[in-house]
Each structure stands twice: as structure tokens, then as C-alpha cells.
Design a binder for this molecule. Sequence first.
Ligand code: SF4
Length: 238
Amino acid sequence: MSPHRSLSASAPAADMPRRDLRGDVSAQRLLNSLRQASSNCRECPLGERATQTVFGEGAPRAPLMLVGEQPGDREDLEGHPFVGPAGTLLGRALKQLDWPREALYVTNAVKHFKYELRGPRRMHKTPAQREAAACLHWLESEIEAVQPQAIVALGAVAARSLLGRPVPVLRERGHWLPRSDDIPVLVTLHPAALLRGDRAHFEEAFEAWLVDLGRATRYLREKQAGLVARAARAGRSA
Ligand code: SF4
């Protein structure tokens, strides 16, 4: 499926941004070389303990990038982002939003799994700020290569890395916050936070999360509509 396609399969293709093929190819090459280089990274202690680097994946010039915290146990073993329980929940949300995953770029703020052992189990441990800071250049390089029109920050670690300051996620969820490169960041919860929450209110929390995420669809549609209107005005005045 073409990475140029609309995020929403039901929306007309003209609704969404298009990129030139040469741009896609060079972005893909750049991402490939970044992935290769990051596989040997030992710039913080996490690289020594994890199985492998889990680099971002998806359309090389996706209009929308989703950024999580770090790979979990399953991601660490399989080498792909968002393939564990949180990824399954994210997949459910993407389906409901009609966002084909292959049209997005999905990554994490930290590329190696941080964990502590409890018996034989490797339990997730939140990366320290110094670890997220050490890993930031990989994330920024991905953003530079993909040049998304908008980014969704899933959770506090992603929001802090993307915005360069602590972000109170519960207060800011559903809001767009600006980055210095002008790419807007939509802040919301990490899917793992929903899985850890009160089971009795899970569906309610999931619906609220969908509302947050759905703002990205609206933003991209409005942006594209603005671009089309500008191009039409320019055409008329030519
Ligand atoms: S977590 Fe990031 S900075 Fe630390 S070793 Fe892995 S890739 Fe390098």
C-alpha cells in the first residue's frame, strides 16, 4: 500500500498531503542508515542490557508520526515498535480511527528496553531523563528524515523529549503544543497507561483516548484543505 495514501481510507485521497517519490526514497535511505547506526549505539547504559535497538518503522514521509516511550519486553525480543500489549491496543485505536498503520511512522523516544528483573520476568522501568536525553538525537534525526506534518506524543517521556520540557500529560492531553521546528505535537496518554488503569472504566478511558487521537485527523484534513485552497488561489491569480 502506498505511503502516500490518506490516513483515513474513507477520506478522498486528495484530502491528505502527498510527497514526491524521490523524497520518499531519500527519506527511506536516511532512515535505513540511521537504523543501522543506532544498532551499535551504547551512548547510555540501556544498550548493553537490551536485546537489540528498536528503531522506528512506517512510511518514510508519513504525514503523522506517533512517538511512544520505549520498547517493551516483546518489542525488545522482536525488534519492532508497538507489537506488545500496548501495541495491540494502539492497533485497535488505529483501526477505529481508520488510520492504516503503514501510512504512519511509529517510533519511541528511547530505542532500548529498560527493565528490572523480578524473578524470571523483565519488568518495564521508566527511562531516566539522562537516558532519554542521550537518545534524543536518534528521535530528532527520524523527525528530520520523515518531516511529518504533525506528531502525537504518547505519554510523558515522549512529550518531554519532543518538547524539551516536562509536560503534565493529564492536564495537556488533547492539546497541540508547538515545537521549535513548528511541527505541532498532540499530547495524549501512552496506551500502556490505559492498560494499567481501572478495568471497570477501561472502555470509557479508551473512548476518551480516541477523542484525543482523532484531533490529529482533523488537524491534517484542515491543513490539507488550507493547502488546496492556497494552490487554487495561486492558480487563479497566475
Ligand atoms: S537507549 Fe538510545 S542512547 Fe541509549 S544506548 Fe540505546 S540507542 Fe543509544
